[in-house]
Design a protein around this ligand. Structure first.
Ligand SMILES: [Zn+2]
Ligand SMILES: [Zn+2]
Length: 303
């Protein structure tokens, strides 16, 4: 197989684009995909201070690498969730990456903020699914850190496969509110809420993995142990079978959705300030503060 552009030996074939590329042109291709998403969906302005959420996985590290390569001003942010081996290994990958590419990275620890409790323990005490607790805490902390440190945008590594998986789930269950909100760009609707962007939405998971491998980005392959067996992962498998049979389906499905997004009305949310922390929430006390209150009650009950 030869590269379509320079006719040198290709290192990858991309069925969804019917394109074989050599090492150099694959690099340019990935860079252009990110640039295209940023321009098309109006994600970032030049000179903007961007906080990149780093998990240690291929997506977030590749995102940071490519944003830096494209000349954006980025710093990284990592949350130590306290999920034993997974957290230790992912933190190591993030620190090595940051060191190697000269990216400043900020670290916060769930255990420090929750009196020694980790995500699995917090999930158990609050009787919530671990992924839901984890999602709430992560979103809250990333936003708070970004706001307090003068960042205007929070970038996450959600890729095309992630977005298609979520979209599929939302359509199967006709979650109109979620469909109205699903977007590579969530503008800031409150001065204490950062704009949230997903510059990798036009890049498939396979492309990102190949990119990380080809350019020596060392990432953690282990998935969070709590994600196993979720419907979301099952859906991803189904979609991959469809993509195999009909390459380009994922991209058509997702881009078609974004083109027709006006059909799904965004729900109006009435934001108030949390009575405890002052950050925007839809209820009197935000979920983060509610979780903290439950943990505090538990500690009191034990003494
Ligand atoms: Zn080439
Ligand atoms: Zn609060």
């Amino acid at each position: 197989m030869k590269c379509k552009i320079c006719k040198e030996d290709a290192i990858i074939y991309l069925p969804s684009h019917n394109l074989a590329l050599c090492e150099q042109h694959f690099f340019d291709f990935c860079k252009r995909r990110v640039q295209k998403a940023i321009k098309r969906y109006n994600l970032l302005d030049e000179g903007e201070k961007i906080l990149v959420a780093l998990s240690g996985g291929k997506d977030s590290l590749t995102l940071a690498y490519l944003l830096k390569e494209l000349g954006y001003k980025i710093e990284g942010y990592y949350i130590d969730l306290g999920i034993e081996e997974y957290s230790e290994r992912s933190k190591e990958k993030v620190l090595n990456f940051a060191d190697r590419y000269g990216i400043k990275v900020h670290i916060e620890q769930v255990k420090e903020l929750f009196w020694g409790y980790s995500i699995p323990q917090i999930a158990y005490i609050t009787r919530r699914p671990a992924c839901s607790v984890c999602g709430h805490i992560k979103r809250y902390l990333m936003n708070r850190f970004g706001y307090e440190n003068g960042f205007s945008a929070l970038a996450t590594g959600h890729n095309l496969d992630d977005e298609v998986g979520v979209l599929f789930g939302n359509i199967i269950n006709w979650k109109m509110g979620y469909l109205g909100r699903q977007s590579p760009l969530l503008p800031s609707t409150n001065r204490k809420l950062l704009k949230k962007v997903k510059p990798l939405v036009l890049c498939g998971e396979r492309e990102i993995a190949a990119f990380a491998l080809t350019y020596g980005i060392d990432y953690i392959e282990m998935e969070c142990p709590h994600v196993k067996g979720s419907t979301y992962l099952y859906n991803k498998g189904l979609i991959n079978r469809l993509e195999e049979k009909s390459p380009g389906s994922k991209l058509r499905f997702y881009q078609g959705f974004l083109e027709n997004k006006h059909l799904f009305k965004e729900e109006d949310v009435d934001l108030k300030e949390c009575e405890v922390c002052g950050y925007p929430t839809t209820s009197r006390i935000c979920t983060f503060c509610n979780i903290r209150r439950k943990i505090k009650e538990r500690i009191k009950g034990q003494t």
